[in-house]
Design a protein around this ligand. Sequence first.
Ligand code: FES
Length: 252
Amino acid sequence: MRATIQNSRRQFVKVLAYGGVASVTGGQLFEQKIHADVGVEFISNPGKLRVRRDDFPALNTLNGSVRIGVNPLRSNHQPNGTFHPILINRLENDELIALSAECTHASCAVRTYNDQAGAHICPCHGSRFGIDGARLSGPAPFALDRYPISLRENGIIEIEVPRLGFTVNGCIEKTESHSLLKLEFPARRSLTYQVVKKEGITESWTPALFSRDPSSEAEQNELQGDDTITSIYVPHEHGNGFYGVEIKYQLL
Ligand code: FES
C-alpha cells in the first residue's frame, strides 16, 4: 500500500534550521552558536533539518514514505531553487532512512515510495529505486544519495542536508528614538525565511516581526531569499531575548 499524507502547506510549515542565534542580554549583544551544529560555512556546511515525526503519520506504516522540501517543484519535476526534496522512508524494525529525491539520471525529483510498485519512480524517464535508494532499473546510473538521519528527544527527526547550513550575524543599531537588532544572513533563492524569538533559553520559539529597512515599522513576518546577503531589523525594546532565523519547508 502506498502511504500518503494529505495536508495543507500551512500545517507543515515548521522549523527547518536555525542559523547562528544572536543573544541580546541587558542591552549588550553576544553572538552565540546556540545551535552550534548549524552553519559556519554557507557553501559546504550541512544544515540539520529537524521535523516532528508525529507530523508524518505515513511513517507509522512499514514502507511509508514522505517527501518534503524547501524549494517548490516546477512542472518539469525540477526544484525552483538549489535544493531537491528529501525523502524519509520507514523500513523494517522502525528504522528510518533519508534520501535525496534527486534522480541520478537527469535530476528530476523522484516520487515517494510506491509500495505496490515496490519502487520510488522517477516521473521523467521511469527510473526506479528501492526503498533504501538502491537503483533498480531505468536510465539512472546510480542509487539515490543517502543523508545521515537520527531520532532525537521528543520525537524529533534530524537529517543532515548538504549546503543547507547558514550563519546569522547580529548587531545593535540605534536610531534617535529606539534601538534595533540587525540580523544579516545569506538568503537563498526561493527559500522562505522567518525570524523567531524567545525570551529565555528554555522557552519556545515564536515568530517575530521585522522590517527590511531600519526606518520602517516591523510589519513583515517572512521573506523570500534571492541569493543575496540579506539584512533585516527587529525591534529591540526589552533588552533580553534570543533570536533565530528559520527556513520553512513543506510536503511536496
Ligand atoms: S531524470 Fe529520472 S529517469 Fe531521467
